[in-house]
Write a protein that binds this ligand. Structure first.
Ligand code: FMN
Length: 339
């Protein structure tokens, strides 16, 4: 794949096929499913639970798509990798060594493996030998400042022939806030002989390019910023071509939200999909005249038809009054803390 690449980072509950598809429409170079619990998936009976079914749905416009596994029991990680490969839908398997959630690390998974590099390497070996698919690793710098284990794990990944590594430039102790350590990332990436994608804290397209340059990475993985601006991938492409970045006005935002709502109904129950759309509308509509009222009315909407009627009616009113631009002074978008 040509470099640099700009990828959608995995986000639990958010990066299902519907949202990934929209990001691919806007030119994302690849994506990863949310984490799949290997302890449950590796043992799942023939008839998978509805949640697994949903998480594993892929849409036609997706490419360079990895399925992400989380876990620390090598046999279960290996079995899960075999099952994912057998589905024939994914281009790679990604291993999660970054999730900081207390429940996850409490059971020795996700970022907990950063504290136990020997165990982490067993897991990596088990997955690599279980599948013919390319294997990737996603990790943080380390557990905390005193335990920066990423260099060792990245060396192991390259020795095992992993396809790439995504490096979130924070420690587990920092969770999702605090400064990304660009300096540490740069020095780790300079020593790596496997493509490393930089991740953490990108807020817009200019930021993504600055992060790429500052870290010397082979690409950038974007998480939360894409939830509010899935067009960030198109913005990046335009910036790289030296073109101006357009303002994303009401017609584009509403069309995107309508498409996302329809796609979401393709893999989850309509009522749940509509519930999810409240979040995306809360991130993308504020700044438009009357958005607050639409968001309030959205709380009552439980069907795709109702959703369509509400958003299409809203757009018609904006177009009729010639008020389709974003306005700086209006209600800010909901924060990403609501993810
Ligand atoms: C709601 C949410 C869910 C996440 N779920 C996952 C996950 O399933 N797997 C994973 O590797 N990282 C997960 N992450 C971490 C992101 O992939 C990314 O590393 C992190 O958000 C930093 O990047 P950003 O600042 O661009 O968002 C999640 C992050 C958020 C905010």
């Amino acid at each position: 794949m040509d470099q640099p690449v700009f990828l959608l980072a995995p986000m639990d509950g958010m990066t299902r096929a519907s949202f990934r598809s929209v990001c691919f429409d806007y030119g994302a170079d690849g994506a990863t499913t949310e984490m799949i619990q290997s302890l449950a998936y590796g043992r799942a009976k023939k008839r998978m639970s509805a949640t697994f079914e949903e998480v594993l749905v892929c849409y036609d416009n997706e490419h360079n798509l990895a399925a992400q596994l989380i876990g620390s029991v090598p046999e279960m990680m290996a079995e899960s990798a075999r099952r994912l490969e057998a589905l024939g839908r994914f281009d790679a398997i990604d291993i999660n060594m970054g999730c900081p959630a207390r429940k996850v690390v409490g059971s020795g998974n996700g970022a907990a493996l950063l504290r136990e590099p020997d165990k982490a390497i067993y897991v990596m070996e088990a997955v690599k030998s279980a599948t013919a698919l390319p294997v990737r690793l996603k990790l943080r710098l380390g557990w905390d400042d005193a335990h920066i284990t990423a260099p060792r794990l990245i060396r192991a990944a390259q020795a095992l022939g992993f396809q790439s590594v995504t490096l979130h430039g924070r420690t587990r102790a920092q969770r999702y806030s605090g400064e990304v350590d660009v300096h540490a990332m740069r020095s780790i990436i300079a020593q790596a002989r496997v493509p490393v994608y930089a991740n953490g804290g990108v807020t817009n397209a200019a930021d993504a390019l600055a992060f790429l340059n500052a870290t010397g990475a082979a690409g950038v993985a974007i998480g939360r910023a894409a939830l509010k601006q899935p067009w960030i991938f198109d913005d990046i492409a335009r910036l790289r071509r030296g073109e101006p970045i357009p303002q994303r006005r009401a017609p584009e935002r509403v069309a995107l939200l309508l498409r996302l709502g329809k796609l979401a109904c393709g893999h989850r129950p309509e009522r749940v999909a509509m519930f999810e759309m409240r979040k995306f509308c809360g991130w993308m509509l504020p700044g438009l005249t009357g958005a607050e009222d639409v968001l309030k009315r959205l709380n009552e909407v439980v069907t795709l038809d109702g959703y369509r009627a509400l958003l299409e009616g809203y757009l018609d009113r904006l177009v009729q009054t010639g008020d389709v631009e974003m306005h700086a002074g209006l209600t800010p978008a909901q924060t990403l803390d609501t993810v």
